[in-house]
Design a protein around this ligand. Sequence first.
Ligand SMILES: O=P(O)(O)OC[C@H]1O[C@H](OP(=O)(O)OP(=O)(O)O)[C@H](O)[C@@H]1O
Ligand SMILES: Nc1ncnc2[nH]cnc12
Length: 177
Amino acid sequence: MSTLTERVTATLRDIPDFPATGVVFKDITPVLADGQLFADVLGDMAQRWRGQVDVVTGIEARGFVFGAALALELGTGFVPIRKAGKLPGPTVALSYDLEYGSATIEVHDDSFHPGQRVLVVDDVLATGGTAEAACRLVEQLGATVVAFETLVELAFLHGRDRLTGRDVRTLVVVDGE
Ligand SMILES: O=P(O)(O)OC[C@H]1O[C@H](OP(=O)(O)OP(=O)(O)O)[C@H](O)[C@@H]1O
Ligand SMILES: Nc1ncnc2[nH]cnc12
C-alpha cells in the first residue's frame, strides 16, 4: 500500500525547460485530474486544520485550486490573493522574485482583520518569495498566519529560509533538480 506522498510523487510530471530554459517545472495537473488522489490530498490537508483556522487564502492561480477546495472542506471562507491589477477594490500589494522572473501580488485591503486565524495555501514552494509575500500581506492587515500549506516543496531552492519561524507543511519534498 503506497502512502499519499508516494502516490503524489508518482503522479507529478516534470516538464523540462518550462517556462524558461533550465527550469524543471513540476506539473500538478495530473494530480488534479485524478479525482481520488485530489480528494485524498484535500482530506489530508483538511484534517490538519479543522477548527484551527477562520479563513483560507490562496495565491493565483494554482493556489486557488487547492485553497478554495480546502476552504470548502473546512467550512471557512476563501480569500484570493491575485497577481497585480486583477482585483477591483482597494488593495495592498507586495513584489517579489520567482524561480523564473518576478511578480507582484495583491489582496483587497478589507480581506483580513485583527484576530483572524489565516491558513495560506499554494501548490508549490520554490524560492519562497510568493509564500513570504502572501504571509506578509495577511499580517499587514492585522491577521495571524497559522501556517503555510503546500503540495510540493522544491527543497533545493531553499524556500523555507524565507519562512523561518512559520509553520510550513508540505506533502512532497523534492530534494534535487
Ligand atoms: O516559491 P516561489 O519561487 O515564489 O514560487 C512558487 C510560486 O510559483 C508558482 O506560481 P506562478 O507565479 O508561476 O503562477 P501560476 O500559479 O499562475 O502558474 C507557484 O504556483 C507558486 O505560487
Ligand atoms: N519548478 C517549478 N515548478 C512548478 N511551479 C513552480 N513555481 C516556481 N518554480 C516552480
